[in-house]
Design a protein around this ligand. Structure first.
Ligand code: E4P
Length: 214
């Protein structure tokens, strides 16, 4: 499974990169708004640090605007993936960008029908937001299961990018279902490696070793 970090913060991206497990980055307008530099400048910097796909989201909600922004974003670097909202106008933009060999990430996916449509349109990635579904008392992981089944039925090439991840259990459950990618904040990446028994065990090994040296 590939690991993406969900942030526009360069320091956090560098930290995840230095852990040796980072495969890509997802950003969105809310994440970009937390940073002081303009979005496109940040994206250019991110693309210098990360080799893998970097999702950059359009703000327009109409086809022409999405296409204009999509072309501008794609010019920033070869590894930019244009993130398009899953609405009817977005489907059209995904289809055209796909025909131009520009990669797309269909975002704000909350239903199997949306996932089916974006795959048909040629999205490179589908981003179902599982945490936001959990937040409204709906099992986000059930959506992942359904989308994986649908994509397998028709051999769609669209990669499953599980988004809006809130905790390590989300990542493990997504891995058990065979999701291609999880995108998560740095805090979740750091939680994944932590276990109190590892810390206790390590402390004891070091203490025992020091005792034996006396
Ligand atoms: C994914 O591409 C989104 O940026 C992200 O995962 C949204 O997560 P949130 O629901 O925690 O804002």
């Amino acid at each position: 499974m590939k690991f993406f970090i969900d942030t526009a913060n360069l320091d956090q991206i560098k930290t995840a990169e230095s852990m040796g497990i980072l495969d890509g980055v997802t950003t969105n307008p809310s994440l970009a708004a937390r940073e002081s530099a303009p979005y496109r400048e940040i994206l250019a910097e991110i693309c210098k640090v990360v080799n893998g796909p970097v999702s950059a989201e359009v703000i327009s909600t109409e086809y022409d605007g999405m296409m204009k922004e999509g072309h501008e974003l794609a010019k920033i670097a070869d590894n930019i993936v244009v993130k398009i909202p899953t609405i009817a106008e977005g489907l059209k933009a995904i289809k055209t960008l796909h025909s131009e060999n520009i990669k797309t990430n269909a975002t704000l996916v909350f239903s199997p029908s949306q996932a089916l449509l974006v795959a048909k349109a040629g999205a490179s990635y589908v981003s179902p937001f599982i945490g936001r579904l959990d937040d409204v008392s709906t099992h986000g992981m059930e959506l992942i299961e359904k989308i994986i089944a649908i994509y397998q039925n028709y051999q769609f090439a669209t990669e499953m990018l599980v988004a809006s991840i809130r905790n390590p259990i989300h990542v493990v459950d997504a891995a058990l279902l065979g999701a291609d990618i999880c995108t998560m904040p740095l805090s979740v990446i750091e939680m994944l490696v932590k276990h109190p028994l590892t810390d206790i065990g390590l402390e004891k090994f070091i203490a025992d070793y020091k005792k034996a040296q006396k």
